[in-house]
Design a protein around this ligand. Sequence first.
Ligand code: NI
Length: 137
Amino acid sequence: MPIARVTRRVHFSAGHRLHNPDLSDETNRDTYGLCNNPTGHGHNYDVEVTVEGEVDPETGYVMDLKRLKLLLETKVLSDVDHANLNVDVDWLAGVIPTTENLAVAIWRRLENGLPGVNLFAVRLWETDRNSVEYRGQ
Ligand code: NI
């Protein structure tokens, strides 16, 4: 059976502040610059989730993308859209909300909820120029 990868892209808007409480204020400013602004700032994020699996000979699908969209909405978007990522989201507690850390956290939200396919990649776009891809390692 052929193996293929399918990708769903979704969008959310959220606020955050990059700050490590274990570091001094000066080191935080040096490390994160404007992203360390005490009152935070926002992004329009895009998430691309890619799953890999066999093309079902009956349906011609690897996975029904409506189902992937629903999973993303219930496990990720309902928590992060229009949220403050530093304080509003249980599964981001204690996480510095860099694009890298958010991509890993989104992967962990999704990895056990996929029927008969493997999660292949989570790519999180923080701006239209900056993205991070995580593949579960
Ligand atoms: Ni930012």
